[in-house]
Design a protein around this ligand. Structure first.
Ligand SMILES: CC(=O)CC(=O)O
Length: 642
């Protein structure tokens, strides 16, 4: 067994260990989570006895949910807590200290920080909910937000949820066309919007986009502009907050798949599922609760924003940051974490790499309150992970998670009492019946397989929007292995119980029948100082051949000469395998990503295979769609070769 890169303290004194004691009363035997073996037993029970586990989670979180937890087990269509009435907003405000800070609003301007106490947050939500009602918004109506990551966005969501309305939001970097591609599907009654957002030292005026949204959404009965006199008046309405009790699966929000090509899919989560699942991860995997502060760099368009709001469900305070992670300095996130006493800070592997290349990072800041650094968005290379751990020291745990929009949570992640191995995720999360399957649906260990979930999770979508017969929902997850959720990631379950994520399985590399994860190639290549970023694609050719080019974005002033080409190949050979060495290496000006930072492997693959994506790519969902032209040109030149 390989040595871990972080080991838990002898006595973690975590919320997880308290939960294990409670779980013992449900299991009828002693469970403990004080070490890896104890966690593994607790996890096994949590997926064998889903009903007992989720009732224990509800009790741990202080919710009284009557009746069975899992009344009907099937996927899709599991029936959870049919006898319970719940409300996400009610759960947020359960027994909170009135005068302590609940939400910090932070921007690039250090003098503009605002703080909302629990009492202020409560009163604003109550006032806004009363205003929504006055505007004729009721249960099931859609309220959409075009907003920066700000406390107002949190208030707007909680007010909508409190009255049983359905929430959806786009960050203000979305173009009008991208926001409309999502909102028009929902036929919203109310638009809550700001007029600008801040990023990279600039205020981006978005009034023209707001005008386009208004014009493109004929279903709107009203709009509310944050920061306006009407907004202030709406928040100031004196009203009781009376969250309506709704069915456990009553739609809470609609999140959208990244939607790089085709119509973005509207993924609908229910109040109860989102509330239990997010609070479970926050409390048991991130050890968050009262006295803790959660800050994850995200925009409201990404599920990590919902995940951060979920911190409120366990009484943690949260940071809403409208700004760039790297302005005015590359280490801006570390600086903010120090300034605001953050105890759990989340970021992407790309941000960690950018700091490491710029030789800045946590060491220069007083992060004495920091206990966990969360990583999400893409696979985290071991080299970068180890370097970050060395900078953070043994008191801070690096907590990579992997899950997605689909479950608005994580399938795999870290555990306060389980070691961490660099480049790996320590364990499947509690209540997630995770496995790796081969093509025939057999469970595989120690080799690459499809990430599957074999039993229901309460936060699986209650439906896709506008999918009355459930066909799109079923085909998104259940076509490959009927009755089993196939997520679309390649993973390996290791012999020490951890999980390695290799990347998306629809963009997988499959050379001569051997599957490889792109992450295994990115890791050594992106560790080279000459390379800023890499993209590898496998293309099946009409003659049965397989072409595997590697694209590299080079550091300032570096050229791709024969020596660098050789060094890249050598790095891949040594750190992955000779099989992973690409057929050709090309220097490109950039790699296109989704707005949530994921490399556009599948669309680039299509372009290289000769497909014309003009018009098919949603420009609002991609950071630099024009980059695809370079890839199209390379493909064209290759086809023209004799
Ligand atoms: C938790 C996650 O997996 C977030 C994401 O990358 O979408």
């Amino acid at each position: 067994m390989s040595d871990p890169d972080w080991t838990p303290p002898i006595s973690a004194g975590s919320r997880l260990e308290g939960f294990a004691e409670l779980a013992s009363t449900y299991a009828g035997r002693e469970l403990s989570a004080s070490d890896a073996a104890g966690y593994d037993e607790l996890w096994r029970w949590s997926v064998d006895d889903l009903d007992g586990f989720w009732r224990a989670v509800a009790e741990h979180l202080g919710h009284r949910l009557p009746g069975p937890a899992l009344a009907v087990e099937r996927m899709p269509g599991a029936v959870w807590f049919p006898e319970s009435r719940v409300n996400y907003t009610a759960a947020v405000f359960a027994d909170r200290p009135a005068d302590e800070v609940a939400v910090l609003g932070v921007s690039e301007d250090p003098d503009a920080t605002t703080a909302l106490t629990w009492a202020e947050l409560h009163d604003r939500v109550a006032g806004l909910a009363a205003t929504y009602r006055r505007l004729g918004i009721g249960e099931g109506d859609r309220v959409v937000g075009y907003l920066p990551n700000s406390p107002d966005a949190v208030v707007a969501l909680l007010a909508a949820a409190s009255i049983g309305a359905i929430w959806s939001v786009c960050g203000m970097d979305y173009a009008a066309s991208a926001a409309l591609a999502r909102f028009q599907q929902l036929e919203p009654k109310l638009l809550v919007h700001a007029t600008s957002y801040g990023h990279g030292g600039r205020t981006h005026d978005r009034r023209d986009v707001v005008d386009e949204l208004r014009a493109g959404l004929p279903s709107l009965a009203a709009t509310l502009e944050t920061g306006s006199t009407a907004w202030d008046a709406a928040l100031a309405v004196e009203a009781e907050l009376e969250p309506v009790g709704v069915a456990f699966d009553h739609p809470l929000w609609v999140l959208f798949s990244s939607g790089t090509t085709g119509k973005p899919k509207g993924i609908v989560h229910g109040h109860g599922g989102a509330m239990l699942e997010q609070a479970k991860v926050a409390s048991l995997h991130y050890d968050l609760g009262p006295g803790e502060r959660l800050f994850w760099y995200t925009t409201p368009s990404w599920m990590m924003w919902n995940f951060v709001v979920g911190g409120l469900l366990v009484g943690a305070s949260i940071v809403a940051y409208d700004g760039s992670p790297a302005y005015p300095r590359t280490d801006q996130l570390w600086a903010l974490a120090a300034e605001h006493g953050v105890t759990a800070l989340g970021m992407s592997p790309a941000y960690v790499a950018a700091c490491q290349k710029a030789r800045v990072g946590p060491a220069a800041h007083d992060l004495s309150r920091l206990r966990r650094v969360g990583i999400s968005g893409s696979t985290f290379p071991a080299v970068s992970h180890r370097a970050l751990q060395a900078e953070l020291g043994p008191d801070v745990q690096i907590c990579s998670i992997s899950g997605g929009t689909d479950v608005v949570s994580a399938f795999v992640g870290s555990v306060p009492t389980v070691p961490v191995w660099a480049g790996e995720l320590s364990r499947p999360c509690l209540g997630v019946a995770l496995d790796a399957y081969d093509a025939a649906g057999r469970s595989v260990h120690g080799e690459v397989g499809e990430l599957v979930v074999t039993r229901p999770m309460p936060s699986m979508p209650v439906m896709f929007w506008d999918d009355p017969d459930g066909e799109r929902y079923r085909s998104a997850y259940f076509d490959t292995y009927p009755g089993v959720w196939r997520h679309g990631d390649w993973i390996t379950l290791t012999d020490h119980g951890s999980v390695v994520i290799h990347g998306r399985s629809d963009a997988t590399l499959n050379r001569k029948g051997i599957r490889m994860g792109s992450a295994d190639i990115y890791e050594p290549v992106e560790a080279l100082p000459e390379v800023k970023e890499a993209l590898v694609i496998g293309v099946e050719e009409p003659d049965g051949g397989y072409w595997m080019p590697l694209f590299v974005v080079l550091a300032e002033g570096v050229e791709l000469d024969a020596a660098l080409d050789r060094r890249i190949r050598e790095a891949i050979k040594v750190h992955a395998s000779p099989r992973h060495v690409p057929d050709e290496i090309f220097a490109v000006p950039g790699v296109p990503h989704t707005r949530t930072g994921k490399k556009l492997e599948v669309p680039v693959k299509k372009v290289l295979a000769g497909q014309d994506l003009t018009g098919a790519l949603d420009p609002g969902s991609v950071d630099a769609p024009e980059l695809l032209d370079h890839y199209a040109e390379i493909a064209l030149r290759r086809r023209a070769r004799p």
